[in-house]
Design a binder for this molecule. Structure first.
Ligand SMILES: Cc1cc2nc3c(=O)[nH]c(=O)nc-3n(C[C@H](O)[C@H](O)[C@H](O)COP(=O)(O)OP(=O)(O)OC[C@H]3O[C@@H](n4cnc5c(N)ncnc54)[C@H](O)[C@@H]3O)c2cc1C
Ligand code: HEM
Ligand SMILES: Cc1cc2nc3c(=O)[nH]c(=O)nc-3n(C[C@H](O)[C@H](O)[C@H](O)COP(=O)(O)O)c2cc1C
Length: 1066
């Protein structure tokens, strides 16, 4: 076979490819290079060149120890400064490696590891007790606590030393020094070839980190030597007393210190990352989470966990394997060619050249793993795992130099998972958390916070007894019922629990509204929380109200565990004694799954024995009156049902009282604003994409907060700020000066309470000012109007004229306050009436291959004469985004789009058909940019065609110039329809017309396996569906087949998220 040169990104003189690698996040850079260059590429760094291999087949070849061996590569050379000739960094032929390897191997045998069980459990129990004592609301920094756990475990089990990390808020200095040492080791490999004195300060710091690590190792060693009576039989004993069976030599003092540090470093970072990723994957995958819990419940039950259980938890093992496949804490390991050789029989590698086995990519090889990005522990159960092609899964390295600590890590991880899932339920502390990675030498999830909620109604004392296997003394429980989730209003009425499932805030806002309304009905909401926080702890002694949405028929992010839990319960009486009512939000355009989740919850709770106290209520986001539907349900269904229940239970029915408004003290003293801890994005560039006089569409490039990454097709969520003009109107109406500060007092609100804050910032960033007033609010305002005529008008507006005059025209509370000046309400009442500010989402319109730290969005500015007739209507988020300029900061985060709305993993083979109208082009610009980057790097990609619906050539044909460039490169073919000038597009006004006209080509690509993506308004998506079904029927006719309407519908439905994916904005 002819040889094929290994692709190489263009390099600069002296520094080679340094500029291609982000020193702080090299893994991300290597990943981007893989996307651009494919299965193999070579980069050059000062003094070395590295070949990256990214598929199972190539990794398999590099794992052939006859042809390749581990020689410490550039990073390991730097690590040697701290780890010396320890096992990890030594050369294979170094005498110290052989001696230490042979002396220490037996300590990692089955008996050695089993002997460590009790000490591992001791530290695992410390972690569990810490989480139990902190309570269910604590935001737990998962990776930090797992690092405490793994550091303490390796130190105790292998050296008998206690770091006692759980007894201190700060991590042991060893951890900080080690982190900095690892980071700097990575950076040193990418130093520019400049005079050494320029690096003096950094070198000094580097040495100081090493000194701290060495001092720690010295301390451990001295403590052991001083303990002459020690009978421990651990790694350190082996190091001190063991003799190499081959040479008869003992380990030198230097080698002992080197290896102590090596074990402390290698033995905790990786396991901490593994546990953190496993926790992330399970919280993100509720069904797999339940399987873990079921396995622990069946195998261990409620008693103490023992060493015998360790081999009986195959599902946990599969979860850990699958976790390590998706995120290997050591993302690559390097080997060196012993001779000139050919990889895959075609890529020439020179003798002495380093080959990097890049697990981040080879573990996702679609030739081995179906749906490689999906978390599927089942594929890692023994029967499947053992059938994987050789070297498909390499998180522990290779051959003689594979991880010596693997059995240690495995027992520790399985044990800790068992302890945690036996005793806790978990939820993301931030329900929209998107996995971000932090890289040192290893990688770990970044900014990953969870909540840990004790199971079985236990408290920390009972947990302590369970873990120890001792009997808990019977005592009167101090705590409230199992439903003590978020303490809310404390008014002393009869209790109600309120739970919500919400992604974009509507249901959460309704839940809050309900909690506030409860007071006026004589109820007290002690528990106001997301549904996931209530898994296994639905109270029996108070009614529960659940408000939830659906997304593509699935639960919102913070309700997924709840739904998975109720679906998994088999005992038909499990929830007997609980009483509930459900309210559902949905959108009727999702016809097949309209209100699916609320209906499911309502039905399932009944099937499980709970009592429905009120009929389910619904709101449809297609209308403008969701809150009105909610209020109507509250007033006519929920409160009467609750009152009836209370009466049945012998309680008195209360006269309805008014909602206590928030108390607000206004002062003109300016407060010192606290620095906001939330990470922010930064605007880099903005541009208008449309011609003068056209409705404005804009492009904004945003530098993402550190650690965030994305894939083309994902969304950016933006927390907007109200338009200045609207805020000024509100300030004016309440007589506030621009620098007024306010102090809000009251319960059950998400506004900042009991601190001085600028009124301006509350009205700008915390509340929605432009939502239409609800019917009930209009009536409340009527009551507060002092002028009789105004009062009478408002009464009619709140009743007969409500739909036509308020909803249809989107009249806000502020509009009413301005129109009817006699309404006399306080600022506190006004704030009480307003919904909390919601995030908006935008499709990301860039590819990370262009710059992984930058994401762009493409949006239409909503700005036109207000339907209410009062001035101009400005969309909150779009006008905010439009006002931004370079250097401005904004709150953003990344949210994954549907799994199917991403690029296929085989760019060479899968053609793309992209259909968009207007700003619907956003995700496709990202898709095309990604494929263009691949083409530019010499990678072959399958054809892409983009159909775009615009109004007029040269006016709103967004990104025309870039698309021409990408067309010239062969990355895309663009076809446009012009609705205002159809003649310019061969009479094709709409994108659907264009598709139909091009159906021959469309069907050709479709048959070649193309994936179809549609983005824009629902109207466009419906239109495309109709056209494609028509094409399919025509195609069948031509072949002499008959395909009726029902059959074609079935064909279309089956292809959803397999052959096509749609994303709609409205
Ligand atoms: C999955 C998804 C992806 C999205 N991606 C994009 C994207 O890439 N680009 C993009 O531009 N948008 C996108 N959107 C829409 C985006 O999230 C916002 O909804 C949109 O920008 C409007 O937000 P806003 O805050 O500016 O308007 P809001 O303040 O929320 O106002 C919008 C409301 O105002 C009403 N309204 C409009 N004009 C008037 C008027 N004259 N008088 C009274 N009321 C009026 C509308 O009917 C609508 O109900 C996406 C939405 C989703 C769900
Ligand atoms: C899930 C957790 C772990 C993972 C993913 C992991 C991964 C790895 C990998 C990939 C290597 C090979 C590196 C290379 O080839 O350059 C390695 C080597 C090593 N690991 Fe681990 N490791 C883990 C846990 C541990 C633990 C708990 C210990 C100590 C008890 C440990 C000690 C070592 C040592 C000493 C080496 C060097 C072995 C040698 O070359 O002789 N590791 N590990
Ligand atoms: C991407 C997407 C998918 C949706 N899927 C459904 C669905 O399957 N069924 C449904 O009834 N509503 C669906 N909706 C509508 C939402 O459930 C509705 O807007 C709800 O009010 C959102 O509530 P939240 O703001 O509390 O998250 C969907 C909305 C979006 C943006």
């Amino acid at each position: 076979m002819a040889t094929v040169p290994i692709p190489e990104p263009p390099r600069l003189p002296f520094i080679g490819n340094i500029a291609d690698i982000d020193a702080e996040n090299s893994i991300r850079s290597f990943k981007a290079l893989t996307q651009k260059y494919g299965e193999i590429y070579r980069i050059s760094l000062p003094g070395t060149s590295l070949v990256f291999v990214n598929t199972r087949e190539l990794v398999d070849q590099a794992c052939d120890e006859k042809k390749f061996k581990k020689v410490p590569n550039n990073v390991l050379q730097e690590l040697k400064a701290g780890l010396g000739d320890g096992l990890f960094t030594a050369k294979l032929e170094a005498p110290n490696w052989g001696i230490a390897h042979r002396i220490l191997m037996p300590a990692f045998g089955p008996i050695g590891i089993r002997n460590m069980f009790d000490e591992m459990k001791d530290i695992g129990s410390q972690l569990a007790l810490k989480w139990a004592r902190q309570g269910p609301h604590k935001r737990i920094h998962a990776t930090q606590d797992f690092t405490r756990l793994t550091l303490d475990t390796i130190a105790l089990c292998s050296m008998g030393f206690r770091f006692n990390s759980f007894y201190s808020d700060k991590m042991h200095p060893f951890v900080d020094s080690m982190t900095e040492f690892l980071l700097e080791s990575g950076r040193r490999t990418q130093r520019l070839p400049l005079p050494a004195f320029l690096y003096q300060a950094k070198d000094k710091e580097f040495k100081a980190y090493i000194d701290v690590m060495r001092e720690t190792a010295d301390e451990v060693l001295k403590e052991r030597i001083a303990d002459v009576d020690s009978t421990r039989n651990d790694l350190l004993t082996a190091m001190l007393k063991g003799r190499d069976p081959v040479t008869g030599e003992k380990m030198s003092d230097q080698s002992i210190i080197d290896n102590l540090i090596t074990f402390l470093v290698a033995g905790h970072e990786t396991t901490s990352g593994t546990l953190s990723y496993a926790m992330y994957r399970l919280i993100a995958n509720p069904d797999e989470y339940r399987k873990v819990q079921r396995e622990v419940d069946e195998v261990v039950g409620k008693g103490p966990i023992t060493a015998q259980h360790m081999s009986k938890l195959p599902y946990i093992s599969a979860v850990l394997r699958e976790t390590l496949r998706l995120d290997s804490p050591i993302a690559l390991f390097g080997v060196c060619a012993l001779e000139d050789t050919l990889l895959s029989g075609k890529y020439p590698v020179r003798k002495g050249e380093f080959v990097q086995c890049f697990l981040t990519e080879s573990h996702l090889d679609p030739a081995v793993f179906e749906d490689p990005l999906v978390f599927k522990p089942e594929r890692m159960l023994d029967e499947n795992f053992n059938k994987l092609p050789k070297n498909s899964w390499k998180p522990f390295g290779n051959g003689a130099r594979a991880c010596i600590g693997r059995p240690f890590a495995w027992q520790e991880a399985v044990l800790v998972m068992a302890i945690l899932f036996q005793n806790f339920n978990f939820a993301f502390a931030d329900s929209d958390y998107e996995l971000a990675h932090k890289q040192t030498l290893t990688i770990k999830p970044d900014n990953f916070f969870i909540r840990a909620i004790l199971r079985d109604g236990q408290d920390a004392v009972e947990l302590e007894h369970r873990l120890a296997g001792t009997e808990a003394p019977s005592r009167i429980k101090q705590k409230a019922s199992s439903g003590d989730i978020t303490p809310s209003n404390g008014t002393g009425g009869k209790r109600v629990t309120v739970l919500y499932g919400s992604n974009s805030g509507t249901c959460e806002n309704m839940a809050q509204r309900l909690a506030m309304d409860a007071v006026s009905h004589g109820y007290e909401v002690k528990t106001l929380d997301c549904m996931d926080a209530a898994v296994e702890r639905l109270p029996k002694n108070e009614p529960i109200v659940i408000i939830t949405a659906s997304y593509e028929g699935q639960p919102p992010d913070n309700a997924a565990h709840f739904v998975s839990w109720i679906n998994s319960i088999e005992d038909k009486l499990a929830l007997q004694g609980s009483s509930y009512a459900v309210f559902g939000c949905g959108h009727h355009d999702w016809a097949q799954t309209f209100h699916r989740v609320p209906k499911l919850v309502d039905q399932r709770l009944e099937e499980l024995g709970a009592t429905r106290i009120a009929d389910i209520g619904f709101a449809d986001a297609a209308g403008e009156d969701m809150f009105v539907s909610f209020e109507t349900w509250e007033d006519s269904v929920l409160w009467p049902a609750l009152d009836e229940l209370r009466a049945k239970e012998g309680g008195e029915t209360l006269q309805e009282t008014k909602i206590a408004p928030l108390k607000v003290q206004v002062s003109n003293m300016r407060s010192s604003m606290q620095k906001n801890e939330v990470e922010e994005g930064k605007v880099i560039a903005t541009r208008i994409l449309t011609a003068d006089g056209e409705p404005v569409k804009k492009h904004v490039d945003i530098r993402l907060p550190a650690g965030l990454s994305y894939r083309p097709g994902d969304y950016l969520t933006v927390l907007p700020v109200n338009p200045k003009n609207t805020v000024q109107r509100a300030m004016r109406r309440f007589g506030l000066s621009w620098d007024s500060t306010i102090k809000i007092e009251g319960a059950g609100t998400r506004l900042p309470t009991n601190e001085l804050v600028p009124a301006h910032s509350i009205l700008s960033g915390f509340v929605e000012l432009a939502q239409p007033a609800t019917r009930r609010t209009v009536l409340v305002l009527a009551d507060e109007a002092t002028n009789e005529t105004e009062r009478a008008t408002l009464k009619i507006l709140g009743s007969d004229n409500y739909d036509a005059e308020i909803i249809a025209k989107r009249v806000s509370i502020l509009d009413l306050l301005e129109t009817y000046p006699s309404i006399d309400i306080s600022l506190g009442s006004f704030l009480t009436m307003l919904p909390q500010m919601r995030v908006r989402q935008y499709s990301i319109s860039s590819s990370p291959l262009d710059d992984p730290t930058v994401a762009s969005i493409t949006f239409s500015l909503i700005s036109s004469r207000a339907n209410s007739g009062r001035g101009e209507y400005l969309g909150v988020a779009s006008s905010y985004l439009s006002s931004l300029e370079p250097e401005d900061r904004l709150r953003v985060s990344v949210r994954s789009s549907h799994m199917a709305f991403h690029l296929p993993s085989t760019p060479e083979k899968t053609p793309l058909i992209l259909v968009a109208a207007g700003t619907g082009i956003a995700p496709f610009r990202g898709f095309v940019q990604e494929r263009a980057a691949m083409v530019q790097s010499g990678r072959k990609v399958a054809p892409t065609i983009l159909y775009h619906g615009c109004r007029e050539r040269g006016k709103d044909d967004l990104y025309a110039a870039e698309l021409v460039k990408w067309e010239e490169m062969g990355a895309v073919t663009v076809r446009r329809a012009y609705s205002r000038k159809p003649k310019e597009a061969a009479g094709l006004g709409y994108v659907q017309d264009l598709l139909w006209a091009d159906r021959e080509n469309f069907m050709k690509m479709w048959r070649a396996g193309a994936v179809l993506y549609v983005c824009g308004s629902r109207r466009v998506s419906k239109g495309v569906e109709k056209i494609v079904k028509g094409m399919r029927q025509e195609d069948a006719r031509v072949r002499g087949e008959k395909l009726g309407d029902e059959e074609v519908q079935k064909w279309w439905d089956e292809g959803r998220n397999v052959r096509y994916a749609t994303d709609v904005f409205d």
